[in-house]
Design a protein around this ligand. Structure first.
Ligand SMILES: Nc1ncnc2c1ncn2[C@@H]1O[C@H](COP(=O)(O)OP(=O)(O)OP(=O)(O)O)[C@@H](O)[C@H]1O
Length: 233
């Protein structure tokens, strides 16, 4: 579904992605992990077209989208939930969701409420009255209403308490079962990301240094300690 080939990208004089190559299959849940600053967020931005490629290519469903704007890529089925939860604070939950509908009928909001019943309970609440977990659900739900085929999620569990993370992960699992959508999830919460994902990549210096089934990597403490610097229990 997605092919990233020898991608290069960076900021000013700095090269961050340096020959990044990976693929995502239909319905796959790919976790992307690695130390701080290795280029995980930059990788998602380059795939979405928020920052330009300096070399290499991004292909989506066989089409070269490397020179397309983020908007054009969204029309083809790519969706990004950025690290900063982009909830409009002055709008209600429902108004936030309406903004994600694009040209679809209002009745489609029901899809979001089915996946995240908590949002249905809070539909009249302001975006600024939501907990961090609820804001994250709203960001994801809004992105899903655009019917992406591949959803890129940047640290959706960041700053959330363990119980809320579990609730969010359960919602993501349900989302995956119900929609079969392909997902790339960047996370510092490695254990939780690996429990959700089917496959995992480790990035270092803007390139892939390890590619394995998520379940296998979760057991591979040597690799995790070496590349992620984590002792996983
Ligand atoms: N807008 C920007 N302008 C300049 N440099 C940036 C910008 N965004 C990120 N960087 C730098 O690019 C490098 C890679 O950052 P990136 O956010 O992709 O890493 P990351 O792996 O997602 O890290 P983290 O886990 O800390 O979020 C870092 O050195 C970072 O300081």
């Amino acid at each position: 579904m997605l092919q990233v080939k020898a991608a290069r990208a960076g900021y000013g004089p700095m090269t961050v992605l340096d020959g990044l190559t990976f693929e995502v299959g239909r319905g796959e849940r790919l976790a992307m992990i690695g130390r701080n600053g290795v280029g995980k967020t930059t990788a998602l931005r380059a795939v979405m077209g928020v920052i330009p490629l300096r070399g290499g290519a991004v292909l989506f469903e066989g089409e070269d989208v490397s020179r397309m704007s983020a908007h054009q890529r969204a029309e083809r089925g790519l969706g990004l939930v950025p690290q900063t939860r982009d909830v409009f604070p002055s709008l209600s939950v429902e108004e936030n969701l309406l903004a994600g509908l694009k040209r679809r009928p209002r009745a489609a909001l029901q899809e979001a409420y089915e996946l995240f019943p908590r949002l249905a309970e809070r539909r009249r609440n302001g975006g600024n009255q939501l907990s961090g977990g609820e804001q994250q659900m709203l960001s994801v739900a809004r992105a899903l209403l655009g019917r992406p085929k591949l959803l890129l999620m940047d640290e959706p569990l960041e700053g959330l308490a363990p119980l809320i993370r579990q609730e969010l992960l359960a919602a993501f699992r349900y989302m995956s079962q119900q929609t079969g959508i392909a997902v790339v999830i960047v996370e510092q919460q490695v254990e939780e990301a690996l429990a959700y994902a089917s496959r995992a990549l480790i990035l270092d210096h803007g390139a892939v240094v390890h590619d394995a089934p998520a379940e296998a990597l979760a057991q591979d403490t040597g690799t995790l300690e070496r590349w992620v610097g984590l002792a996983v229990h």
